[in-house]
Design a binder for this molecule. Sequence first.
Ligand SMILES: Nc1nc2c(ncn2[C@@H]2O[C@H](COP(=O)(O)OP(=O)(O)O)[C@@H](O)[C@H]2O)c(=O)[nH]1
Ligand SMILES: [Mg+2]
Length: 438
Amino acid sequence: MLNDLTARMEAIAKKLKGEGKLSEDNIKTTLREIRRALLEADVNFKIVKQFVKNIQEKAVGSEVMKSLTPGQQLVKIVHQELINLMGDKNLEINLPNNRVNKIMIVGLQGSGKTTFTSKLANYYRKQGNKPILAACDIHRPAAVDQLKTLGKQLNIPVIHHASNKIKKIAADSKEFAEQNLHDLVIYDTAGRLHIDTEMMQEVKQLKEIVKPDYILFVSDAMAGQDAVNVAQEFNAQLEFDGVVLTKMDGDARGGAALSIKSVTGKPIVFIGVGEKPNDIEEFHADRMASRILGMGDILSLIEKAEASLDEEKALKMSKRLKKNIFTLNDFYDQLQQVKNMGPMDQILKMIPGVDQKMFSKVDLSEDTTVEMEAILSSMTEKERDNPDIINGSRRKRIAAGSGTSIQAVNKLLKQFDQMKVMIKKMNKGMKPGKMFGF
Ligand SMILES: Nc1nc2c(ncn2[C@@H]2O[C@H](COP(=O)(O)OP(=O)(O)O)[C@@H](O)[C@H]2O)c(=O)[nH]1
Ligand SMILES: [Mg+2]
């Protein structure tokens, strides 16, 4: 998904994250690289200009946070700007079960409307709705057949009519939904290869007849900036509520994804990631921004860490560590603090100053973390303070108490020993991680 853009932005971010200091010069270079990456992704140049300007202003004005390196902080600013660009708020689609909700799907021919119509029905059925599909693309018989086939595959009724009058199909759909207690009608509509007045008139007429709760505009992500002009025109005529970007699984450059929200003011709600009924994803600007910068959800982990860690405790910990004091109690404390933030191995990756290589030998996946916590909580305070006293019979008791095995207890003690060695090494060589004090 957006592979080229992602590769370039990822490279920029990676370089930055390593920077302990930022000079005016390397900020300038970074901004130039970002600018080029976006232009090559076919993002509208005005949007790019504003984007770079925003970053520059924020980078200059912001205070450097203690827990992030300046490079990481700049990445964070870029990340936030990407979020603002793609949509800082989402469209909330509410489809209560006690009424017939109506969603109209519009867009150019070939953009993926019919495919998306069936994907959306499938999606909402999983959420507890009972959808039907209305075949309002009346100009091409093949279009009706396509929807009928998709409906049959999913076992979702498709309403169509031989007269091919949209008024009739709309009325039939309403009646069918009411009589059979369906709470959602999704209208597939006709598109053309280009905007044309006749098509617009027809969709506008359908809007007036149906009075949809939501209109979603479907756009082919591969179409780049062109798509943005089409979106603008559809929005001017129909005032749609949200955007669907299809074919995001292809090699779309990203122009549409990054420009459409700021040009139309309407958020991207869903993306299509394939031709199958399940190839639909909710769009989240923050996740997409993280994806583009190649950092998974690490940024949100940073935020969580900042919100949940007790700075004073961390400072105390750091002082203890500097003196090479690290007991199982300390370990337990750390585990407690980070346990709600996600897998430890991921958290460790984002801590400034932590040498990843040192931790590569320690298994810190989520499962192990849960097990570790169970074992640690089955020890007495005294045992955690002085692990040397944990002899065979104590190991047996701890294993039984934590519902694990003696091997698991042994493993934890061994890992703890390894950690102590690492800490000693770190104290000799580099500074320990600021936040967790490891
Ligand atoms: N790879 C991929 N293909 C898609 C996606 N959505 C639609 N398509 C394909 O795009 C083509 C046009 O889709 P269709 O739904 O008929 O577009 P419509 O003319 O707007 O109704 C079809 O071959 C679909 O299988 C998607 O998200 N990913
Ligand atoms: Mg179609």
